[in-house]
Write a protein that binds this ligand. Structure first.
Ligand SMILES: NC(=O)c1ccc[n+]([C@@H]2O[C@H](COP(=O)([O-])OP(=O)(O)OC[C@H]3O[C@@H](n4cnc5c(N)ncnc54)[C@H](O)[C@@H]3O)[C@@H](O)[C@H]2O)c1
Length: 249
């Protein structure tokens, strides 16, 4: 009988932006490993479809709204229990262009989704994790947060801050039970978000990847699965690269 490594049975997982792309791949993988998944997304249609597919719970709202987060978490708690695993995956690219073309709101709108959302959700789920002395938080950052991409200041800044939030929070909760907080930094991954970028931008991004191709959402999900597993108990405050060799630091 093969050993079921990274088993997630009896675990509740709350995944944001899980309606499509990387979040959907993570949701499918967690469900296949036995978790009950809360599929939180701004898009009601996508959340419902994915939840039906994996036998999860559809949750609709924006990560920028405390009221939406509270409502979704309450719904999830009533149907499944408090989340043991949280993946802060919802994210937007925002406006692309040089600094002179950006308004203050272009920066603030991206920070609201990519940084404030994970902050609010982490703050909301931690009391129950502390009580049970168990939890896994995984934040989906980006290579842009490590390198800083030209013409992507709001996005790069938000992801760098998300990596810093990960490190600071991991240290804050260390020793309060088996609670870990980690992030990942994908490079170009084939998803609807990437498809929306001009082909020349996609080609440029792929040209910087030594493996010479975009990654797949399933490859990202495999890394998140490890970080969300009970086996990953000595890993916290890290930012794991998944960039086809682009970032080797
Ligand atoms: N695709 C890539 O190449 C790539 C690379 C690095 C990092 N990332 C990060 O991975 C994450 C997922 O990216 P993706 O490519 O799957 O994106 P995507 O655009 O294909 O999917 C994102 C999902 O998040 C949802 N969403 C957006 N704003 C939301 C909000 N305010 N509240 C709740 N849900 C919201 C969308 O409805 C959508 O279903 C993002 O954080 C992104 O920055 C992606």
């Amino acid at each position: 009988m093969p050993q079921p490594f990274f088993d997630l049975t009896e675990k509740n997982a709350f995944i944001t932006g899980a309606g499509q792309g990387i979040g959907a791949a993570i949701a499918r993988r967690f469900a296949a490993a036995g978790a009950m998944v809360g599929v939180f997304d701004l898009d009601e249609g996508l959340a419902g479809k994915l939840a039906r597919e994996i036998g999860g719970i559809p949750l609709v709202g924006s990560v920028t709204s405390e009221a939406d987060i509270d409502r979704a978490l309450n719904e999830f708690r009533q149907q499944a229990g408090s989340p043991d695993l949280v993946v802060n995956n919802a994210g937007i690219i925002g406006k692309v262009g040089p600094i002179g073309s950006l308004d203050r709101s272009d920066l603030e709108n991206v920070l609201a989704v990519n940084l404030v959302g994970p902050f609010l959700i982490s703050r909301a789920v931690l009391p129950a994790m502390r009580e049970r002395r168990y939890g896994r938080i995984v934040n989906v950052a980006s290579i842009a947060g490590k390198e800083g991409n030209p013409n992507l200041i709001p996005y790069s800044v938000s992801k760098a801050a998300l990596i810093a939030l990960t490190k600071a929070l991991a240290k804050e909760v260390a020793g309060q039970g088996d609670i870990t907080v980690n992030s990942i930094s994908p490079a170009v991954i084939h998803t609807p978000m990437m498809d929306a970028l001009p082909q020349t931008t996609q080609d440029y991004m792929v040209s910087r990847v030594p493996l010479g191709r975009p990654g797949t959402a399933d490859e990202v999900a495999a890394l998140v699965h490890y970080l969300a597993s009970s086996e990953a108990s000595f890993t916290t405050g890290q930012c794991y690269d998944i960039s086809g060799g682009r970032a080797t630091y």
